[in-house]
Design a protein around this ligand. Structure first.
Ligand code: PMP
Ligand code: GLN
Length: 418
């Protein structure tokens, strides 16, 4: 019985894009614009905060409060009370998790609507929780010529509303979105909010890239819309916030009536996260609270640092005929690979999605890693979107330059081919 349940819960999700591509990257050592992590050190202040935490006495090396280190839940509550317009209770309304991954895992249950493209772990998490995912895709606006910005990818209001049924328990949204870079506009969030209220549905809002927006795009928390605090779980990640993905500190923030269920799952799965890392993240937020809105704030410095990198990658992709979709937020960029013709071995693997074939070939033959975008779609729509691959630009300029050299050489070869 247990084995049977186990088999249904894990059926078809034993492999994922990360396990395969991280392995290929370690084998071929390409220039890596694949998995999303900075290839530079986190800012000095947060490294110092971790070192100080480690030297902060014996208790920094022992268990702390299971639902979140007191200093961290207090600083998260203080910080996010400012941005969400609700006085957050640190003891009842904040849960610290092992990365945003675990926050998502504790939040996923029952029948869940997922907007595509979505961060790929949502569907397996819903399945493991015994639920079922229903997918609604964002699509490039029809009839507008070449689509150049992630803002041109939109939801169909009819498609979204018809995906809600009396059994729907939750919807997961991700803004700024990975892999597309879309930053939801107020009216788009309002559409989601209205449906949540009408159908009494919980909104799981993955906002791990909340500080990273460009060209005037503004991140809005759906929890701050009227009637939404009480039905939203907002998820964040210190990995993205402070460029320290290896620390695996995340959080879920929401109303007590929902958070009590997440706490029950948390206490029976991991119980507790690394103390010193939480202490360091608390110190980081305390600093940011003081600097909020000033040019010294890391939350202003990081997008300012990434903006030229985004330009660099976009011009390079454009220059080699891989039309980029300009992201309004986050640190990923999708590029259209329709113009690419595959060579020999990969051409034969025709049962495989085109983007996977291109990415494997790029890693092996050209020494450049990217991520296939169809991995961010459910089975119904993945074929429709396998003409895109995703590049990560939170990388040193030298890494981006090496990637550009590879892409230029490849484009030259393509144009010289008989
Ligand atoms: N959500 C999104 C949209 C992501 O891109 C990621 C990847 N980091 C996560 C959640 C997981 O975050 P963490 O590394 O903090 O577990
Ligand atoms: N969020 C990161 C990305 O999208 C890392 C994902 C992972 O390593 N599982 O690339």
């Amino acid at each position: 019985m247990a084995a049977q349940l186990q088999a249904t819960r894990t059926h078809g999700i034993d492999k994922n894009v990360w396990t395969e591509l991280v392995q290929l990257v370690s084998q071929y050592q390409p220039v890596n614009l694949g998995q999303g992590f900075p290839d530079f050190a986190p800012p000095q202040f947060i490294q110092d905060a971790f070192c100080e935490a480690l030297k902060g006495g014996p208790m920094m090396h022992q268990y702390t409060r299971g639902f979140g280190h007191p200093r961290l839940v207090e600083s998260l509550a203080r910080f996010f009370s400012r941005v969400v317009g609700h006085q957050i209770d640190p003891w009842e309304e904040v849960l610290v998790t092992v990365g945003a991954y675990q926050a998502l895992f504790t939040a996923c249950h029952a029948l869940v609507v997922i907007i595509e493209p979505y961060f790929d772990c949502y569907q397996p998490m819903v399945q493991m929780a015994g639920g079922r995912a229903v997918f609604v895709p964002l699509r490039p606006k029809a009839g507008g010529g070449a689509v150049r910005s992630s803002g041109d990818w939109v939801l169909s209001a009819e498609e979204l509303s018809s995906s809600f049924t009396p059994r729907t328990k939750a919807i997961i949204i991700n803004t700024p979105n990975n892999p597309l870079g879309k930053v939801y506009k107020p009216e788009e969030l309002q559409l989601v909010a209205d449906l949540c209220v009408r159908h009494d549905v919980v909104c799981i809002s993955d906002e791990v890239y909340e500080w990273l927006t460009y060209d005037g795009a503004q991140h809005l928390k759906i929890a701050s819309l009227p009637g939404m605090w009480d039905r939203t779980i907002t998820i964040g990640s210190a990995g993205k916030t402070f460029s320290a993905t290896g620390w695996k500190v995340g959080w879920a923030i929401g109303p007590q009536r929902i958070m009590k269920h997440l706490r029950t799952i948390h206490q029976n799965v991991v119980f507790h996260c690394a103390t010193a890392a939480q202490e360091a993240v608390a110190r980081g937020f305390e600093r940011e609270l003081q600097l909020l809105g000033t040019p010294e704030s890391y939350f202003q410095q990081l997008p300012a640092m990434l903006h030229p990198k985004r330009q660099k990658l976009a011009s390079c992709l454009e220059g080699v005929g891989l039309q980029p979709v300009m992201p309004e937020g986050g640190f990923f960029m999708m590029a259209d690979i329709s113009s690419v013709e595959l060579e020999s071995s990969e051409q034969s693997a025709e049962d495989q999605p085109t983007d996977f074939r291109v990415v494997r070939w790029l890693i092996r033959e050209k020494g450049l890693a990217a991520i296939p975008v169809s991995a961010f779609y459910g089975p119904e729509h993945s074929k429709e979107f396998d003409k895109y691959i995703r590049f990560c630009f939170i990388k040193e300029d030298s890494t981006l330059d090496s990637a550009a050299d590879i892409l230029k050489r490849w484009s030259h070869e393509r144009s010289n081919r008989p």
